[in-house]
Design a protein around this ligand. Structure first.
Ligand SMILES: C[S@@+](CC[C@H](N)C(=O)[O-])C[C@H]1O[C@@H](n2cnc3c(N)ncnc32)[C@H](O)[C@@H]1O
Length: 308
């Protein structure tokens, strides 16, 4: 790096450096790293473009640039990311929330709004990780009570930080254990209005082909879903009838190749199944219910959904 570095010069240099090394979203990454080191909001970088950066800050930035170019995800380096327009803390113990998962949250909130008259909505978020799904739902649909479970105590510690950060301690309860195992039906809750999950769903063959920044850095337990990627779905679906209200809905994120497979698993249990595509036109969220959901999305249960 040259000796006089302004914010503008640093961003331009990092964008070129990251582009040459095939780092995703080079400008965003450059701005996030710099705003982290300078303890400024991203917008403030633009307001101080000609500010000269002190040597100690440059040294800190250099270390982060080096690690980023070695494909360490920037969210782990700075300890946070953005999800559903909220800041979410992350650590290497949990998956970094993905923008694709926002579709599940959006559909969940839409569904809950159709049931407002039904009082406080009871929700279960299985495989909560950083807690991003539970936190986003509770923040946007306050009349709810969420039980969020995860098998990893370390991931739950991150979820706990996020729940406190967004003042949702009264809305979300964290339980450690295997899927529904820590949920005692009748003691913790009556049945749920909504069961949501983004479980591990990467198959053995896909796992080998994951990008280096995912495979080498994110927890395997958060990604790997068994030989065909469906292990956790099978187990969730087998237990759902015990925990879901008769008019409740199950919503799960799925991998882009899993639409047909998940449909086959759900057909014996649910009358209505809809697979939603994300903005890249890939299958991404499955929604299943045994009742029509009145006043829900106009394109849901309108005949385009499968009925068995
Ligand atoms: C794909 S990550 C999703 C995290 C978060 N919900 C999100 O959307 O970013 C899956 C999570 O499932 C957890 N997990 C894996 N197997 C589990 C099991 N049998 N029971 C509960 N949680 C499990 C992992 O620890 C990980 O936090």
């Amino acid at each position: 790096m040259a000796d006089t570095w302004t914010i503008r010069k640093l961003i331009e240099w990092m964008v070129g450096y990251f582009t040459d090394r095939a780092i995703d979203t080079p400008r965003l990454t450059a701005e996030l790293l710099l705003s982290h080191v300078l303890q400024m909001k991203r917008i403030e970088l633009y307001m101080h473009f000609d500010k000269v950066i002190e040597p100690d800050k440059l040294a800190a930035l250099r270390a982060l640039v080096k690690r980023t170019s070695d494909h360490e995800p920037y969210a782990y380096l700075i300890g946070r990311t953005e999800f559903y327009s909220m800041e979410i803390n992350v650590s290497r113990d949990c998956l970094i929330p993905r923008p694709e998962t926002e579709l599940l949250v959006e559909r969940a909130i839409e569904f809950l709004r159709t049931r407002k008259a039904g009082g406080t909505q009871k929700i279960c978020d299985l495989c909560t990780g950083s807690g991003c799904i539970a936190v986003a739902i509770a923040k946007n649909f306050p009349d709810c009570k969420i039980i969020a479970t995860d098998i990893s105590d370390a991931a739950l510690a991150v979820a706990d930080i996020n729940i406190k950060k967004h003042n949702l301690e009264k809305k979300i309860e964290l339980l450690a254990g295997d899927l529904f195992e820590p949920v005692i039906n009748g003691l913790d809750e009556t049945k749920f209005d909504l069961i949501a999950s983004n479980p591990p769903y990467i198959s053995e063959s896909e796992f080998e082909q994951l990008d280096k920044n995912v495979k080498d850095h994110e927890p395997r337990q958060a990604l790997y879903g068994g030989a065909d990627g469906f292990d956790i779905y099978r187990r969730i679906i087998a237990s759902v009838p015990e925990h879901l209200k008769p008019d409740g809905v199950l919503m799960m994120e799925i991998g882009y190749l899993q639409g047909d497979g998940i449909r086959k698993l759900l057909e014996p249990v649910f009358s209505y199944i809809k697979i939603e595509k994300d903005i890249s036109d890939n299958d991404r969220v499955v929604i299943a219910s045994n009742r029509m959901v009145e006043n829900y999305r106009p394109d849901f249960f309108d005949g385009t959904v499968d009925r068995h």
